[in-house]
Design a protein around this ligand. Sequence first.
Ligand SMILES: Cc1cc2nc3c(=O)[nH]c(=O)nc-3n(C[C@H](O)[C@H](O)[C@H](O)COP(=O)(O)OP(=O)(O)OC[C@H]3O[C@@H](n4cnc5c(N)ncnc54)[C@H](O)[C@@H]3O)c2cc1C
Length: 485
Amino acid sequence: MTASLVWFRNDLRIADQPALHHALASGGRVIPLYIHAPDEDAPWAAGAASRWWLHHSLGALNDALTRLGGRLIIRHGDSGAALLSLIEQSGARDVYWNRSQEPAAAARDRRIAQQLAAVGVRCHTYQATLLREPGSVLNKNGAPYKVFTPFWRACQTRPSPPSPLPSPSRLPAVPRAITSLTVAELKLLPRNPWYTGLDSMWRPGETGAHQRLQAFCQSALALYPQWRDYPDRPGTTRLSPHLHFGEISAQQILWTLNDYAQRGETDGIARAAEAVIRQLGWREFAHQILHHFPDSSDKPLNPRYGELPWRQDGGELLRAWQRGQTGIPIVDAGMRQLWQSGWMHNRVRMIAASFLVKNCRSDWRDGARWFWDTLVDADLANNSFNWQWVAGCGADAAPYFRIFNPILQSKKFDPEGRYLRRWLPELAALPRRWIHQPWAAPQKVLDAAGIHIGADYPAPIVDLDETRRETLALFRAHLGAAAKT
Ligand SMILES: Cc1cc2nc3c(=O)[nH]c(=O)nc-3n(C[C@H](O)[C@H](O)[C@H](O)COP(=O)(O)OP(=O)(O)OC[C@H]3O[C@@H](n4cnc5c(N)ncnc54)[C@H](O)[C@@H]3O)c2cc1C
């Protein structure tokens, strides 16, 4: 019997899985394989929160494959060597995989395709991450778009992405002689069990992804346009980690949302579905930016910015920000939500990132690194793109002079202070009027709430107005100087 390998990577699902689908359609034995090769992702090997997710997601994938009669073969180490060894054991002549968009993985895949071709093994690769192949939507000069709206408009003039592929109903058995590591042997879980908050919040895996999508569509979709910016509401899909690990495809989400929109009794549902699909558009945009500008995870996309005048002595500020101890409640609430749940609401990500980059004048790459380690949805394209957006040096970025005022943002998007109270219990007794800026509260209000600024909760680590003025002056001078050179 002929055999083929299906090499799973960030596509840990069995429905709408082109590599698996086409391998099965070709007949013969199909061997699902996952290779843990963190060195090959360097310098962006998965961070701690992502490894927690991966541990559970691989377990869920193996369970799903086993229920259909197959099983997941797990190997560790150099991917090329692992593939060649399994090819030798199984006699496979074909390897199927879905293309990765990340620069290091894409380069590795090209090398491996050559290695396999040299020994007469055929490679079959597919697009399974994005709605459109990166590089397929270009402007009229044949160049990549750097502004979102025309990019998204152009995407919408193209034919719709195909309908999702069905899930297989059964899989051929994998011969017993083919050995596998267990997921536990990959040692993905950290030794210090800081991740208990993640256990209660997330259900990694394909089933968890679809349950989340259905729950969102049934209870929150209609309110998405109104709620999506309010961090205390269950207003967004929270599908980002599921999307990153490919437990659900963008196509599946698109088709489900369109289905709800068509069945919806009001135009409101259609508009809400459109608003979520537009966010998927930002994901497409971020991925095509990384595809065309593979250095953009480390270098400012806009060369005019060069290296902005980052503070060289900001270690203490960075540490306070990481620990959620800046004294600015909306920033601290976000950073603690991140630490405890592996996720942060998008509005708060923008506020916390702006505070780090514009008020503390810390290099955006330091913030991106911390997010990389602590987010369960850490995604090279989305993370780099959004940090550059906040810093002002990226594609379609917020201009350098736009500096979020975290107090106004907090009052606007968490008017009752519910989000702040949830993540900063030490401030819970403060009245709504003062919770956004406790340092400004009259002493008697602080006494009544039992809060001593500097002991129970820090005083602000920087003066917001002063640092805003300083940053504007420094950035303006830097850009003026850059323009003259
Ligand atoms: C500084 C910063 C860093 C970020 N880092 C990441 C990251 O590492 N990984 C990540 O997936 N997102 C990142 N984002 C984007 C965004 O915050 C998250 O995608 C979103 O909060 C995920 O929540 P959700 O699934 O409920 O979003 P929803 O509002 O339900 O949106 C649906 C999907 O659209 C995509 N999406 C939404 N907003 C964006 C955006 N601004 N850019 C790109 N895609 C988007 C996501 O895949 C998301 O799951 C970052 C944003 C900022 C400001």
